[in-house]
Ligand binder design. Structure first.
Ligand SMILES: Nc1ncnc2c1ncn2[C@@H]1O[C@H](COP(=O)(O)OP(=O)(O)OP(=O)(O)O)[C@@H](O)[C@H]1O
Length: 212
C-alpha cells in the first residue's frame, strides 16, 4: 500500500500550500486529474523526490520514504514522450533499467524477457529514433520492468498516441500493474483514459485531492 499523508509543499510566494493525502493499492491504477496548473506535476515531483515537502509522509508498505533521495526511492517515472535516448537501440534503452555492474549475459536475458513481456520481441536492435510512439512507450515500460520499483508514476503517458495504439498501451499498463503488483499513479486530463484503466480517481483542486 502507498499512503500519502498530509504532504505539504508551497512554491516561493505561494499563499496557500498544497496538502496532498491519498492511498493507492498494489496492483491498481490510481488516477489524478485536475485543471491545468492545479499541481499534478508538483505532486509527481514530490513523490519522485525532485521536490521536498515541508511536512507529511509518503509510506510504501509502512516505510516512510519522504527523506530518501530520488535514486533510493522505490519509484519510476514515465512521461508522455522523450523517455528514451533516441540514438541508442531499444535493448540499450531497456538495459538502463539495470545496474551497470550487471554481467553482460544476465543483462541480455533480462532485456530480452522484458521486451518480450511488452510485446516487442525482436525489436532490441532497432534504434529508438526509428520506433513509433507506442513502441517507445513499450520500451520505456520494459525498462521500468527491469528497475523493479513498485511505484510507477505516469504523466499523460497515452496522450501522444493514436487511438488504436493508445488502447494497446493502456491494456499493457493495466496488465503489468496487476501482474507485478505496482502502485501505478496516472496523471491525466483525459477522462476516457481514466475511465478505461483507473481503479480509483482523485481530483486535484484548491491545493487538495478529493476522491471522485
Ligand atoms: N518551479 C516553480 N516555481 C514556482 N511556481 C511553480 C513552479 N513550478 C510550477 N509552478 C506553479 O505551480 C502551479 C502548479 O503547477 P503544475 O505544473 O504542478 O500544474 P499541473 O496541474 O501539472 O499543470 P498542467 O496540467 O498544465 O501540466 C502552477 O501555477 C505553476 O505555475
Amino acid at each position: 500500500m502507498l499512503v500519502v499523508d498530509r504532504l505539504t509543499f508551497a512554491y516561493r510566494d505561494q499563499a496557500t500550500p498544497y496538502q496532498f493525502s491519498f492511498d493507492a493499492k498494489p496492483g491498481e491504477i490510481t488516477a489524478i486529474s485536475g485543471p491545468s496548473g492545479s499541481g499534478k506535476s508538483t505532486l509527481l515531483d514530490l513523490l519522485a523526490g525532485f521536490l521536498s515537502p515541508v511536512s507529511g509522509t509518503i509510506a510504501t508498505n509502512g516505510t516512510n520514504i519522504v527523506r530518501l533521495p530520488p535514486e533510493q526511492r522505490p519509484v519510476s517515472l514515465l512521461l508522455q514522450t522523450e523517455s528514451l535516448f533516441e540514438h541508442l537501440t531499444a535493448a540499450r534503452n531497456v538495459a538502463l533499467g539495470l545496474s551497470p555492474k550487471t554481467p553482460r549475459t544476465e543483462t541480455k536475458v533480462a532485456v530480452d524477457a522484458a521486451l518480450n513481456e511488452v510485446g516487442l520481441s525482436g525489436f532490441g536492435a532497432r534504434l529508438a529514433a526509428g520506433l513509433s510512439g507506442g513502441q517507445k512507450q513499450r520500451v520505456a515500460l520494459a525498462r521500468t520492468l527491469l528497475r523493479a520499483r513498485p511505484v510507477l508514476l505516469l504523466d499523460e503517458p497515452f496522450s501522444a498516441l493514436d487511438d488504436g495504439t493508445r488502447g494497446q498501451v493502456r491494456s499493457l499498463v493495466v496488465r503489468l500493474t496487476s501482474f507485478h503488483c505496482w502502485h501505478t499513479i496516472l496523471v491525466s486530463h483525459h477522462i476516457d483514459d481514466i475511465n478505461a484503466v483507473a481503479h480509483r480517481h482523485y481530483r486535484l483542486d484548491n491545493q487538495k485531492l478529493a476522491l471522485v
